[in-house]
Design a protein around this ligand. Structure first.
Ligand code: SF4
Length: 650
């Protein structure tokens, strides 16, 4: 048995060091392939089915390699877990403790310059006195400057923007606080560490030298391991694209106002510069309105396009005026930011329709103009090839029936090795896939009501403990209204996405054990409810990307225009991967049991249904509602027994 085989075996060090450790052959196999890839600096794509234990399967070889390794995760939660729990635990277990650094994007660290600046003081004074005092006290004592230490500061708290820098606002080495800067300190620590844990945003920023990226991390590492790698193609497209948001322009306008005042620029000179940005921004916001939607560029009225042009002209003229004014570094930085935003707007407006999809996303808070390139494969692979490191991509959903072509093609990873590790769970016995008969076409007006008619007997049989996953917010809202309007109220707690933060909903769901949760996209993946608290997952429709989304439509039109088959090469594989993610919510451990009901009749009536089914774990399948209900009653009894034996963990 190899060293890794020994470590991962049922009598190995992990088994001795970790409570509840279960040896799995697939985990050891994955670790061996990753160790070999790190050693020979190869590229490797690994799909590891749920329960493989993929995190340990890449962390142990990373620790044992003695090489410098960069690990990138899709979420900050996983990033924190690797840094604070898994790496110290495994390092001690295998006797190879490493120096590990956690590096987040600059939006997570206190910017001392902004805090001491006039603008932030004003912002803080606008905050409740207690919070302002608490922030000031924390800022004086924190060592890391990581805002996660301020638990009372929510993710969406507008104060975060006041307290942090952006690539545009940071003055870098010219900053008076540079030597004490938390962002700089975190980066220095990262450069000296053996293992650095980042998230995909930071990885891509570093790769493309954008925003947060400082381009120093990647040249120093021997291996890059990307977990939750299925998220990378879409995120990379954003990074290779261009965007300009009302928020960026507002921040610039706000900083400009303060910098003009600080530099004591007289009103007759300052006012036109300020107005060159303020006025067209206001006009464009008014033209777009505040109704949440996404509009394709070519569908924007000529008058709105004219407002975009006015904003571009305003930004350029403000930048030129500031350069002529030559009144200090703060105003010079504003000029650079204005020019960069104008350049982004120019690119978005000018790019040809064969290069990328252009759209405007409007929300009640503002707008974002963006350009997403269609094809990033050549650029991504060129950047990867520039760095002679091992590149390892892993996720529970990278391949379709063992085939990695779709993922590899999107990132240009044609020559990477592949490995598929099947889930160790016994899906055939643990899960039943129910495909109800008799539902109408998903386009039918009463489709959501009919889905609920199918769902309710299943929910009753399961005694709650159900996720109902929708492919649109509209269907989610309609279902919540229909359930609440029932004469006979649902005898289970109803949790609806959007009515409380996601983590709070999940906590309540786990604690209840009998709740019904209605969710859309953010509940289709990255949600882990182990045990009998979740015993039923109902999916309303096949998760095809919405063709009325301008970005999707533009991509489809591009593929059609260039001789591709948009359905076969884009819509179908994307839907199959998303469906696999949604179904994957149900069975999270060896003892989990339950039913997945996929209501969409196209799964059985259309030819492509077979390939979607082939991508799913090998569950038993039934079209008989009674059989599904019986299975769920058994799950509900198991759950009741477990509850009597031990309370459901909160
Ligand atoms: S160097 Fe940049 S991030 Fe650091 S304190 Fe100065 S402005 Fe803020």
């Amino acid at each position: 048995m190899s060293g890794l085989g020994e470590i991962f075996s049922s009598h190995g060090v992990l088994s001795r060091a970790l409570d509840g450790y279960t040896a799995r052959a697939g985990q050891a196999r994955m670790a061996e392939r990753i160790a070999a890839a790190i050693e020979s600096r190869q590229h490797l794509m690994v799909e590891a089915g749920t329960g493989t234990g993929k995190t340990f399967a890449y962390l142990v070889p990373a620790l044992l390699s003695g090489r410098r390794v960069l690990i990138s995760t899709g979420t900050r939660t996983l990033q924190d877990q690797l840094y604070a729990r898994d790496l110290p635990l495994l390092g001690a277990a295998v006797g190879r403790p490493a120096s590990v650094a956690l590096l987040k994007g600059r939006a997570n660290y206190l910017c001392r310059a902004r805090l001491s600046g006039q603008g932030v003081q004003a912002g803080l004074f606008g905050a409740p006195r207690q919070s302002a005092a608490r922030i000031a006290e924390w800022a004086a004592s924190t060592r890391s400057g990581d805002l996660a230490e301020l638990s009372e500061l929510g993710e969406a708290d507008p104060l975060r923007l006041q307290l942090t820098s952006t690539g545009e606002t940071c003055t870098g080495a010219r900053c008076a606080e540079y030597e004490r800067c938390h962002v700089v300190a975190a980066r220095r620590t990262a450069l000296e560490a053996d293992i650095v844990v980042v998230n995909h945003h930071l990885l891509l920023a570093d790769l493309t030298l954008k925003e947060d990226g400082f381009g120093e991390l990647l040249p120093h590492v021997d291996a890059v391991i990307i977990d939750e790698a299925h998220q990378l193609p879409d995120l990379a497209a954003e990074f290779f694209g261009q965007s300009c948001s009302s928020r960026q322009v507002e921040l610039l306008a706000q900083d400009l106002r303060l910098a003009l005042a600080a530099a004591r620029v007289a009103a007759p000179a300052a006012r036109p510069i300020q107005q060159a940005i303020d006025m067209p921004l206001l006009a464009l916001r008014a033209a777009l309105g505040g109704t949440e939607r996404r509009i394709a560029w070519q569908e924007l009225p000529a008058s709105t396009l004219e407002e975009v042009q006015q904003l571009l002209t305003g930004l350029r003229s403000a930048a030129n005026a500031l350069t002529t004014l030559d009144a200090g570094p703060e105003l010079a930085l504003c000029a650079v930011r204005a020019r960069a935003l104008a350049a982004a707007l120019d690119l978005i407006g000018e790019v040809s329709s064969t290069e990328g999809a252009r759209a405007v996303a409007v929300t009640p808070r503002g707008f974002q103009l963006s350009l997403l390139p269609y094809d990033i494969a050549a650029r991504f692979s060129a950047l990867v090839e520039q760095r002679p490191s091992a590149w390892i991509f892993t996720s529970a959903t990278l391949a379709l029936a063992g085939n990695f072509t779709h993922f590899a093609t999107r990132l240009g990873l044609g020559d990477a090795d592949t490995l598929c590790i099947d889930s160790p769970f016994d899906f055939e016995h643990q899960a039943l896939l129910y495909l109800p008969a008799g539902l109408p076409d998903p386009a039918a007006g009463d489709y959501t009501a009919r889905v609920l008619e199918t769902a309710l007997p299943l929910v009753q049989a399961a005694g709650g403990g159900a996720f109902i996953l929708f492919t649109s917010h509209r269907a989610l809202g309609a279902a919540a209204r229909l359930l609440r309007a029932r004469q006979e109220p649902l005898p289970f707690e109803l949790l609806v996405q959007g009515e409380a933060p996601r983590e709070q909903l999940l906590r309540r769901f786990r604690a209840s054990g009998r709740a019904v949760l209605l969710g859309t996209a953010s509940f289709w993946e990255g949600v882990d409810v182990q045990g009998a608290a979740l015993r039923l997952v109902i999916i309303d429709k096949l998760p095809f990307a919405h063709i009325d989304d301008p970005l999707v439509r533009a991509r489809v039109e591009f593929l059609q225009a260039t001789g591709g088959n948009a359905f076969r090469d884009y819509q179908l594989p994307e839907a199959a991967l998303a469906l696999k993610q949604g179904v994957g919510r149900l069975i999270r451990s060896e003892t989990d049991r339950g039913v997945v009901a996929i209501c969409d009749p196209r799964l059985t009536s259309r030819g492509y249904g077979k390939s979607l089914l082939a991508a799913l774990p090998p569950m038993s399948v039934t079209r008989d509602g009674d059989e599904a209900e019986q299975f769920l009653r058994r799950c509900a009894r198991d759950f009741a027994r477990q509850q009597r034996a031990a309370p459901v963990p909160a």
